[in-house]
Design a protein around this ligand. Structure first.
Ligand code: C2E
Ligand code: CA
Ligand code: CA
Length: 712
């Protein structure tokens, strides 16, 4: 028994003080005032005071300022809810040396009947704090990282609960934060699915990955509103254990858009390159091939041994300049496009039709069985009239054709032959095609030769003037002479219709015109001086009117010849008025100011209408001989002639009819009250030596008209 008692002593209940001292935690028994009643060894060790020092002292010396009423709070809590477990309270303790340390206090009330004693245990938590700090730092770093990343992140635990997410996730999906706090994920999932283009695929992927917890995946999600997210998913692991799944979403819309823009830019660039390439080979106006393509195709064709024949059809529109000048460039363009369309229609699809520039086109035919038929078709089809802005036009062209069989020929040679043939077609009266013939070479040589000859003609005195009388039936006499240039070249007379255009092209017309005027004024001065109502008519081409001092030079010349400016008439064709150059108008105005008159030559042959007459600065209209030649018996009704004359008269202009060859024509025009008549009926143009002859003939013709017109 004693043994057991001793055992009790040794192993049985130890003394209260021994128990207190054995506690690893510092223990303090405090009375209601906070005075330390008892302190154990651990307390002495922790605070650095002896037990004696502690006992009877106020415990406040052991706590940092700010924590002095912690024990009172503890006591109050224990009193209020004695049965509730109380979590430890974090405080700062103070060592004897004044240094502070983190600690936890917990307590319980010792109720032994007397005043309630609070037993407080104090445990230093300094070691724990540093570990906590590391953890919370890591946590805050992680949170900061999660929140600052542009990716939306959602973590789902293996049990299917939301284990975490960041703000960005909610923003990206437009999920109100409250929705995620709700018990069910369903509303959030519905919201997500309502935004994506393919909700089935979205769900399928989620389900597949949920089923296979270790899988990783990467895909893109297209939104109905045009956005695109990248979805990345991988398992969340703690050590080797999979505890959930991390979903991260990245808005790649800007990147995708940039990519799409880059792709679009590349496509555009490719299209541009294609367009540039096409432009290099295509005539932009007509869409036909261009010169480069034609040249290349011609070279290929000539090198191809299997081809039996190669034909080149070179064509140039007749009087295209007139269309451009009178109706404007837009009309000119419309005409070229129409011509191109018709040309293409006449030529087999496989053959090349090209525009060489301006109004020049070319057709390359390979192995064509009937080239002449195609050339004929082109001339015919082109001549069909069509309307541009209310004006009816009838395009015509001159076509030169050159062919090569099996013999070897250079491309340049073939083209040159086609060119020569084309010129021959023009010279032969236009609106036709001609096949190259070696004799045409001679014509070409002549043309070049002619040009060289014209250069020297004036100096050599080969240029002279002939005068054709213009009569006034009312006055019964010659009132005017028209000066017409003549070129006698080595006993051969070159027609003005040949050398005038040549002179205009080469610019020689200025020199030639001055020469004609000088001679005319000199030769007719005395006749003109005799009667101020007599006048001299001179032809002037547009090129001359572009000279800035044309008017002044002519007026000076008249003055030195003693001829009044009012005795001069300048004949121009309507095309001079449609040149963009306003100098033409300036020169004509200057001449009219000085008293000279302007006559509109060849009226009715151009594109301009009667209505346009009133806008032109002219005094006289010369009706072209083509209209006069319509009068045969004199009994026909020709309203065109009467309207021309009436119109001119209503505008205050006088009218001269040209090319009067018969009495019928003369009478017809007299009946229409035409003011002046000119033509072979009265006199051919005559040189000054036959001037008297011309006057006499004209006078006789007038008398004849009068005598025979009076019925007896
Ligand atoms: P144009 O100004 O219309 O001149 C009238 C033309 O008709 C002249 O031809 C004349 O000889 C011709 N002719 C006169 N009466 C008749 C007739 O009854 N019947 C026919 N069938 N013809 C007649 P030409 O002399 O051959 O002159 C042709 C053109 O050359 C002129 O046409 C004129 O445009 C131009 N021309 C002549 N001399 C000059 C000049 O000095 N300067 C300029 N710029 N052009 C000139
Ligand atoms: Ca004339
Ligand atoms: Ca004329």
């Amino acid at each position: 028994m004693g043994g057991s008692r001793r055992q009790n002593k040794v192993f049985g209940a130890p003394s209260f003080g021994a128990l207190l001292d054995a506690s690893p935690d510092a223990l303090l028994a405090l009375d209601a005032d906070g005075t330390v009643l008892v302190a154990n060894t651990a307390a002495s060790r922790l605070f650095g005071y002896s037990r004696e020092e502690l006992t009877g002292s106020n415990h406040w010396m052991l706590l940092s300022e700010g924590f002095h009423n912690e024990t009172a709070l503890l006591r109050a809590q224990l009193l209020a809810r004695p049965d509730d477990p109380q979590p430890p309270r974090e405080v700062y303790g103070v060592h004897r040396d004044g240094t502070e340390f983190a600690a936890e206090i917990a307590g319980s009330l010792v109720d032994d009947g007397g005043p309630q004693v609070l037993l407080v245990s104090v445990r230093s938590t300094g070691h724990r704090k540093s570990a906590d700090a590391d953890l919370s730092e890591a946590m805050s770093l992680l949170t900061a990282t999660l929140e600052s990343t542009a990716d939306g992140i959602l973590v789902i635990s293996s049990e299917g609960r939301i284990a975490g997410l960041n703000e960005q996730f909610l923003t990206m999906w437009g999920i109100p934060p409250d929705m995620m706090k709700a018990d069910s994920d369903e509303p959030a999932m519905q919201l997500i699915l309502s935004q994506v283009k393919d909700p089935e695929a979205f769900l399928a992927r989620v389900e597949k990955l949920t089923a296979d917890s270790s899988a990783e995946s990467h895909d893109t999600i297209d939104f109905l509103d045009g956005r695109t997210f990248e979805r990345y998913s991988r398992p969340q692991k703690v050590g080797d254990r999979i505890v959930g799944r991390v979903w991260s979403f990245r808005d790649v819309t800007p990147r995708r858009m940039a990519q799409e823009q880059a792709e679009q830019a590349l496509t555009d660039l490719a299209a541009q390159a294609e367009q540039l390439r096409a432009m290099a080979f295509q005539d932009p106006l007509t869409g036909l091939a261009n010169r480069a393509v034609f040249n290349a195709e011609l070279l290929n064709a000539l090198k191809e041994p299997r081809l039996k024949s190669v034909d080149v059809l070179l064509l140039d529109l007749d009087d295209f300049k007139e269309v451009n000048d009178i109706l404007g460039h837009h009309a000119g363009d419309v005409m070229l496009v129409e011509v191109a369309r018709r040309l293409r229609g006449c030529v087999p699809t496989a053959d090349v039709v090209a525009r060489l520039g301006g109004d020049e086109f070319v057709v390359l035919l390979t192995a064509c069985p009937d080239v002449d038929a195609i050339a004929e078709c082109i001339v015919r089809c082109l001549h069909v009239p069509f309307t541009i802005e209310g004006t009816m036009l009838r395009p015509s062209l001159s076509l030169g054709l050159a062919s090569v069989g099996r013999e070897a020929r250079a491309a340049s040679e073939l083209l040159r032959e086609a060119d020569i043939a084309m010129y021959a077609a023009k010279a032969a009266g236009k609106n036709r095609f001609l096949r190259f013939h070696p004799e045409m070479m001679t014509a070409l040589v002549q043309r070049t030769d002619l040009e060289a000859g014209l250069q020297l003609a004036i100096g050599r005195g080969e240029i002279s003037v002939e005068f054709q009388p213009i009569v006034s039936p009312r006055m019964g006499r010659v009132v005017k002479f028209e000066a017409l240039a003549r070129w006698d070249r080595e006993d051969q007379r070159v027609p003005p219709a040949v050398f005038i255009p040549l002179a205009e092209r080469s610019g020689l017309i200025n020199e030639l015109g001055s020469e004609v005027m000088a001679q005319s004024l000199k030769q007719l001065a005395s006749w003109l001086r005799e009667d101020p109502s007599r006048s001299l008519s001179m032809n002037v081409s547009g090129v001359q009117l572009q000279e800035p001092d044309f008017a002044e030079a002519v007026l000076r010349l008249a003055e030195t010849s003693g001829v009044g400016a009012y005795q001069l008439v300048f004949e121009v064709t309507e095309s001079v008025f449609f040149d963009a150059d306003c100098n033409v108008i300036k020169q004509l105005s200057r001449l009219r100011e000085a008293g000279a008159r302007v006559a509109l030559d060849d009226f009715g042959t151009g594109y301009s209408s009667l209505g346009r007459l009133q806008d032109l600065p002219v005094d006289i209209v010369k009706i072209d001989k083509t209209f006069v030649s319509m009068v045969r018996s004199g009994a026909e009704r020709l309203p065109i002639l009467s309207s021309m004359i009436n119109m001119a008269h209503s505008l205050g202009l006088t009218v001269t009819a040209e090319g009067i060859e018969t009495e019928e024509q003369a009478r017809y025009l007299i009946a229409l009250e035409c003011d002046s008549l000119q033509g072979y009926l009265f006199s051919h143009p005559e040189p000054v030596c036959r001037f008297g002859h011309a006057l006499k003939n004209a006078g006789q013709a007038l008398v004849g008209l009068e005598s025979r017109s009076v019925p007896d």
